[in-house]
Design a protein around this ligand. Structure first.
Ligand code: NAD
Length: 482
């Protein structure tokens, strides 16, 4: 049977839609299957990231940051305003406008690249064989394709102690759409999503209590960054309680009563009018393949792949949240590009040690590469350079002086091994370190680069200088030759 397509991609999130565009650029006859239906019932491209994740959350984070600035920050700049009012409906409408513009943008990119958008369910039947059931149809049609990429993403993990009811107890999607500001918001899980959504509602006036099971705040981040971020976020009013285990949630008409135990095993009870469960996400792999296909998964439901995202089946690949590695949109997009470029005969690889992460709190938290704890555990000698933003002219002018830039470099080769930032603009600053690492730069390379003044980027330059104990705008407390 001749193939209907050169490549079929199941899932049109950032991993799948980017793979589809790249495949079409490389001349492949491409189809992308996606089942997402927006709130208005219409099919939409972009997956969780565009429709219910990265983009709407960033729109709300941006709006609420402006609100908080108007409430508390303007006076310091000598700007007085009258009574501040919140129009939450308008804020949500703006958020939706951002989402709609971007999802329609992908639609146009699909059209422009000649990609076939198949709206409905896709299921792998075996190498080169996919069942497609269009929305509203019950019978699947069988499609043949030389290559198949599974990019079905992830879904929130549910918690036995806090079953979702969609009104009082919600997941991250529900927490992006509260139609009024909760008086008291409980957030279960002080990870990336919990911190971002907790910040949104705190800025609008909610009292936010966050229960986190682990004793160490943000264990994936560098210890010094985690400590600083915890202090700053608590100072803002996020009541982050570490080492706490949620036992039960009793849901009344408009509020919930939560029972939890703290790190010492003591029981506590408190009430909240909304509860957000943000305890992680799991791969969405359950219904994307048939048993007969022979596709191999690991014990946690991730589709098993090698470093090139090849599954155990010939011509079948999987990328993004549905495979091992950090659940990050950009990691999925790059995996998608790698797979199609390799299909096209290129020798593309992905450096998983050089993928940046960002938490969009205020200040932002961003990192790439190895942490100090990693290096200590591995017994690798390193030098570190830390530069506080309080010593940056631009940070002072902006009135945002909390945080620092920290660079870690090999003691042997001076190669940059990691960068860790907590501070304003960290999401953008981290790319400077990422580019340097991608080019295998040394701290000396960055130290000898000219940075514009006055910019926040100078803090990256100064941190690189600090690796060699020669930061200019910070006393090092010791004399140094050379
Ligand atoms: P996460 O793993 O970042 O955080 C979940 C937190 O919940 C962890 O700290 C965990 O210890 C805690 N937890 C687990 N069970 C618990 C329990 N029973 N009681 C209390 N705490 C509990 O996961 P997330 O925040 O849900 O995000 C999911 C994924 O999506 C992550 O991989 C994240 O990187 C990704 N994401 C990234 C961004 C971004 O790049 N800015 C934004 C959103 C999500």
């Amino acid at each position: 049977m001749s193939a209907d397509y050169d490549i079929i991609i199941i899932g049109a999130g950032p991993a799948g839609y980017v793979a589809a565009i790249r495949a079409a650029q490389l001349g492949m006859k491409t189809a992308c299957i996606d089942r997402w239906l927006a709130a208005d019932g219409k099919p939409a491209l972009g997956g969780t990231c565009l429709n219910a994740g990265c983009i709407p959350s960033k729109a709300l984070l941006e709006s609420t940051e402006q609100y908080e600035l108007a409430a508390n920050g303007f006076a310091g700049h000598g700007i007085r305003i009258g009574k501040l009012e919140l129009d939450l409906a308008a804020m949500h409408a703006r958020k939706q406008g951002v989402v709609d513009r971007l999802t329609r943008g992908i639609e146009r990119l699909f059209k422009g690249n000649g990609i076939t958008w198949l709206q409905g369910e896709g299921k792998l039947l075996g190498p080169g064989k996919v069942a497609f059931t269009a929305h509203g149809k019950s019978r699947p049609e069988e499609l043949a394709s030389d290559h198949v990429i599974i990019a079905t993403g992830s879904t929130p993990i549910e918690l036995g102690g806090a079953p979702l009811d969609g009104t009082v107890v919600v997941d991250s999607t529900g927490a992006l759409a509260f139609d009024e500001v909760p008086k008291r918001l409980a957030v279960i899980g002080a990870g990336v999503i919990g911190l971002e959504l907790g910040s949104v509602w705190r800025r609008l006036g909610a009292e936010v209590v966050m229960l986190e099971a682990q004793d160490r705040f943000l264990p994936v981040t560098d210890g010094e960054v985690a400590q600083a971020a915890l202090r700053l976020l608590r100072d803002q009013g996020l009541d982050i309680r570490l080492g706490c285990r949620l036992m039960t949630t009793r849901v009344g008409k408009a509020e919930a009563t939560l029972d939890y135990t703290d790190g010492e095993g003591k029981s506590h009870t408190f009430k909240a009018d909304r509860v957000v469960v943000a305890v992680g996400r799991r791969p969405l792999s359950d219904d994307v393949y048939t048993q007969e296909s022979g596709l191999l998964l690991d014990e946690r439901g991730y589709i098993h792949v090698n470093e090139f995202c090849e599954t155990n089946l010939p011509g079948v690949y999987a990328v993004g949240d549905v495979v091992r590695g950090a659940m990050l949109a950009h990691k999925g997009s790059e995996e998608g590009c790698m797979v199609v470029e390799r299909i096209a005969g290129q020798s593309t690889t992905l450096d998983y040690g050089c993928v940046p992460s960002v938490i969009y709190t205020q200040p932002e938290i961003a990192w790439v590469g190895r942490t100090e704890e990693d290096l200590k555990t591995a017994g690798e000698a390193y030098h570190k350079g830390v530069f506080p933003l309080a010593a940056s002219g631009r940070a002072q002018a902006r009135g945002e002086t909390d945080g620092f830039v920290k660079l870690l470099a090999s003691a042997e080769t001076d190669r940059i091994l990691g960068a860790h930032i907590v501070g304003p603009g960290a999401s953008e600053l981290i790319s400077e370190a990422t580019i340097a690492m991608a080019f295998q730069a040394s701290a000396e390379d960055l130290a000898r680069t000219v940075f514009a003044h006055p910019t926040l980027s100078e803090a990256v330059h100064e941190a690189a200088l600090a690796v060699g104990q020669r930061a200019i705008h910070m006393a090092t407390g010791r004399k140094r030759q050379g």
